[in-house]
Design a protein around this ligand. Structure first.
Ligand SMILES: [Fe+2]
Length: 289
């Protein structure tokens, strides 16, 4: 529970506050961008939610916060926000909330599909999500983009008897995964196409679902202030040059309509074909050392 005694001085007055246990993962800023901003060290409340949709977004952010650093001064009913998770973003594609501290608050997703449901990276193990996933048909496959964001995937795999997929080069803490991929080739499984995209880590992979939905882990995301896609230079653990090459590979997937990252902003692709946005990102990435 967030503590009002630890609340940040930057919060504007009102019901919602962030306390100093915040790790600045940015999850709240993605769930409620009109409420939560960034001090450079923490997230904080820059504007209290006023409308009902804004209040719901702020409540979702509170539930998603991996460190329970968001609180309310007044008793606030969070049930509607809780019941809205997993939250549908596109047909069959949901964001889970309940972000995990172990993945530094990465977003995770749930794909509901007639051939078997998928979890993409992992939220924290939550009773609410377990019940919701059960009602939606369970989890057949857990795709792990890379070693940083496995969080509580083992607990979900045990509960749902799911098969976990990860690349061998990132399987250090997930050596018991049911499917460990090797090499650099795409791996097709049902509507999923797994693409090897090293750079952020050595064994990073992304998932292209139904040719339209690209789950990018920490490889590629939307940068709202710059108004373009790109990658995080300051969070590239393996090789920036290799990451640039891996972003260039994405040009081959021309029908991408949505980008769903772990960290960084999710975004619908604009009117131009996806390869043009990839080109723009690569051009920028090559200017950064
Ligand atoms: Fe990562």
């Amino acid at each position: 529970m967030a503590k009002s005694s630890l609340q940040l001085k930057e919060n504007v007055e009102g019901n919602f506050f962030v306390d100093s246990t915040c790790i600045d993962c940015g999850a709240c800023r993605r769930f409620a961008p009109s409420v939560f901003g960034e001090t450079g060290e923490y997230s904080y409340v820059y504007q209290q939610p006023e409308t009902e949709p804004e209040k719901l977004q702020a409540q979702r952010a509170l539930l998603a916060c991996p460190t329970a650093s968001i609180g309310t001064h007044q008793k606030t009913d969070l049930n509607d926000a809780k019941q809205s998770f997993p939250l549908e973003l596109a047909p069959g594609i949901h964001i889970n909330g309940f972000n995990a501290r172990d993945s530094f608050g990465a977003d995770s997703y749930f794909i509901q599909h007639s051939t078997g449901n998928w979890l993409v990276d992992s939220p924290r193990f939550s009773k609410h999500l377990v019940t919701a996933f059960e009602a939606m048909g369970g989890i057949d496959t857990i795709f792990l983009t890379h070693q940083d964001d496995v969080a509580d995937s083992r607990d979900y795999a045990r509960h749902f008897h799911s098969k976990r997929i990860i690349h061998r080069l990132d399987a250090g803490s997930t050596k018991d995964a049911e499917i460990i991929l090797e090499g650099e080739d795409d791996f097709k499984i049902g509507p999923g196409n797994i693409i090897f995209t090293p750079g952020h880590t050595r064994g990073h992979q992304v998932l292209l679902w139904d040719n339209k939905y690209l789950f990018t882990g920490d490889h590629f995301s939307w940068f709202p202030k710059a108004n373009r896609f790109g990658s995080f230079r300051n969070a590239c653990w393996y090789s920036w040059d290799v990451q640039i090459q891996s972003v260039e590979k994405l040009k081959a997937y021309k029908k991408v309509e949505w980008v769903f990252p772990g960290h960084g902003h999710r975004s619908k692709v604009g009117k131009a074909p996806f390869p043009e946005y990839v080109d723009e990102a690569v051009t920028w990435m090559k200017t950064v050392q």
